[in-house]
Design a protein around this ligand. Sequence first.
Ligand code: PXL
Length: 284
Amino acid sequence: MDRLEAYLQPDTCVSEEPVANLPDITLTPIPVLSIGGSDPSGGAGIQLDLKVFQVIDVHGMAVPAALTAQGPTGVSSVLAVPAKFLNAQLNRLTQDVKPAAIKTGMLYSAENVAAVAGFIQSESIRFSVVDPVLASSTGAPLLKNDAVTVLKSALLPQAFMVTPNLREAEILSGLSVKDADGMKAAAEAIWSMGPRYVVVKGGHLLGDPEDLLYDGKRFISISGHRAGGPPVHGTGCALSSAIAAYLAKGVSPEEAVRGAKRLIYDLIQKAFPLTRGGQRYMRF
Ligand code: PXL
């Protein structure tokens, strides 16, 4: 009897397999969830996060909170997933599997930001890395104005770590962030909104990219090398998803940020143009 015939036998039932043949779940990779926007070009958003999870050898899961119409040269329109359906996706998934860590990216609407904050709280998610995505690198708004208020008042208090770039640090803190002192002041202001750790990414300052990690007591400077060359799409997304994956694997917050920075540097080194115009894409 071949395999197809075996399946067609009315009494062939998976549950009658001997117990010894059940899968060994000690070999199961750690599940990590990205909640964010869809980038159909595969260079940012949840599509990119899944690639990052893959190279760090965790099991990637992804819930879209928003859709974008975009290609390598930019975003032309966006659509929020209704908060009710965002909740339906999160609830159905976590009925079966609890992520060891989550990363949030483009949430777009105030309702979706509130839904994710409620989800982190109700599921007691220990490691949540919030990338406070406000706009695409080409300037398209990825978070509505009224959602910024909810991000500050509801999501940041639930976050384990938040990873603003300089512009996002300015908008969240209300301060001008132009140098290392500005980064420190913004980190303190954002930390007071409730996250356990703040990483202000200094990549948009001149010189080698230096990020600042703040835990409410100590400032830790995390330096990297500038990879050079034309702009690369999705590097912020990749950093926050890599941090989430490392935290899920039990790496300390500081080492998670350092490891994520090294990984993103390698991915940028291998970046390629997908089309003649537009940003480069990281290579995995
Ligand atoms: O890089 C920020 C970002 C996040 N999420 C989605 C995006 C982008 C940038 O374009 O498209 C879906």
